[in-house]
Design a protein around this ligand. Structure first.
Ligand SMILES: *Cc1c(COP(=O)(O)O)cnc(C)c1O
Length: 406
């Protein structure tokens, strides 16, 4: 008799986005004349940079001629892209990462989800609360947790991210083997300084742990003192894997391209305590289960590293940052405490009531959609997340409506 993976039954059904959609639909039916403004979802709204469109057209034409046609490419990504990544995103910032330490993929969601496969099933896992739900759910699926009780899974080391610690969790008293960190953070919008990140790197070194660093929002960093990569921190090559994506910097959410960095100096242990390099393990996983990102998409991603490409990313992210600043300014002026909105497209608001009460209030009175913070973890209760991914005009209109009702 075929049996299921019962770990899937432990998953807390995620009603968050379907619940939001249901309430928005009900509001829209009752108020057909009001245009609902969505500041909820973490998806971009503006078109791909022109350099990408040009590169896509050219690459598609190449695929139409036998002499320049491309079949399977290298699973890890074409060297033309990996070299640009290593030069621009790392070497230029003093981080010593080489092209063969970079694995190009079709998304950071998959990479942050799949990476846990190369670690033992009994690894102790530390996960921030609140955070991007993928880290937790994939460890539940892999059987690294017990049941959920009172909103928390047994066996997980939760890293509480709260206003009193500026949404940078304290180092845990337990000894984790795997530590997830995400900065600039989704959903809190918080950033981490080199000093604070350095403490985590030292902690990982001391505990023979690995940090999984999700830098999906690095392109929103304007404060030059903040690290864009964990490899800007001394010692990180020995303890960290980094995830980057073209989704939020260049609008690739529907185009799909990302990459993961696994330094060749990264080691982990077998049961007998012998050290093993992680790079060949991830390489094996990647090549066995993935067949590469399509050639035109990799060409489009590579085009972002030209001077025009860099300018176009800057223009896109500046646009969303202007929205973020406006939201932060307006919500703060109404007497609410906010995090994020600077160096990040998310604004995390202490709603002074339950997350869902705040959500319902601004939906039903103002026709504005946000995301209830409790959907990102227990510590998100009482907060809501505004996303800056919309047009400036819509954000202005949304803020005007909210000002009238709060
Ligand atoms: C959007 C996002 C990603 C990127 O996911 P893709 O699969 O590359 O689109 C990764 N991590 C976080 C925290 C995100 O919010």
């Amino acid at each position: 008799m075929i049996k299921i993976n019962e770990n899937y039954l432990k998953l807390k059904a995620s009603y968050l986005f379907s619940d939001i959609a249901k309430r928005v639909r009900a509001f829209q039916e009752a108020n057909p004349d009001i245009q609902v403004i969505k500041l909820g979802i973490g998806d971009v709204t503006r078109a791909l940079p022109v350099v990408c469109i040009d590169a896509l057209h050219k690459a598609v034409d190449e695929m139409g001629t036998d002499s320049s046609f491309k079949g399977y490419g290298p699973e890890q990504g074409y060297l033309f892209l990996r070299e640009k990544i290593a030069d621009n995103d790392y070497q230029a910032r003093g981080a010593d990462i080489s092209p063969d330490e970079i694995f190009v993929s079709d998304g950071s969601k998959c990479d942050t989800a799949n990476i846990q496969e190369i670690f033992s099933a009994d690894a102790n896992v530390a996960i921030p609360d609140p955070v991007y739900p993928v880290y937790l759910d994939t460890n539940v699926m892999a059987g690294r947790t017990g049941e959920i009780k009172d909103g928390r899974y047994e066996g997980i080391i939760y890293l509480d991210s709260l206003p009193e610690n500026h949404f940078i969790p304290k180092l845990p008293t337990e000894k984790p083997d795997l530590i997830y960190l995400c900065y600039p953070n989704n959903p809190t919008g918080a950033t981490i300084s080199k000093g604070e990140l350095g403490k985590w790197v030292d902690f990982a070194v001391k505990n023979q742990a690995i940090i999984l660093f999700d830098a999906a929002y690095e392109a929103f960093i304007r404060d030059e003192s903040l690290p864009k990569s964990i490899y800007e921190i001394e010692g990180a090559r020995e303890v960290a894997i980094e995830f980057r994506s073209f989704s939020k910097n260049a609008g690739f959410t529907g185009t799909r391209c990302a990459y993961t960095v696994v330094p060749k100096t990264l080691m982990a242990y077998d049961k007998k305590g012998h050290r093993h390099e992680l790079h060949p393990l991830w390489n094996r996983r990647h090549c066995t289960k993935f067949n590469g990102v399509s050639y035109p998409i990799q060409k489009a991603a590579a085009a972002l590293y030209s001077n025009e490409g860099k300018d176009q990313i800057r223009e896109l992210t500046d646009y969303y940052l202007q929205n973020a600043r406006l939201i932060r300014r307006e919500i703060t002026a109404l007497g609410y405490n906010c995090a994020g909105g600077e160096d990040s497209p998310y604004i995390w608001v202490d709603g002074k009531r339950s997350s869902w009460e705040f959500f319902d209030l601004i939906l039903n009175k103002a026709g504005v959609v946000c995301t209830p913070g409790v959907g990102f973890g227990k510590c998100g209760e009482g907060f809501i997340r505004f996303s800056a991914f919309n047009s400036f005009e819509n954000v202005q209109e949304a803020m005007e409506r909210i000002r009238k009702i709060l």
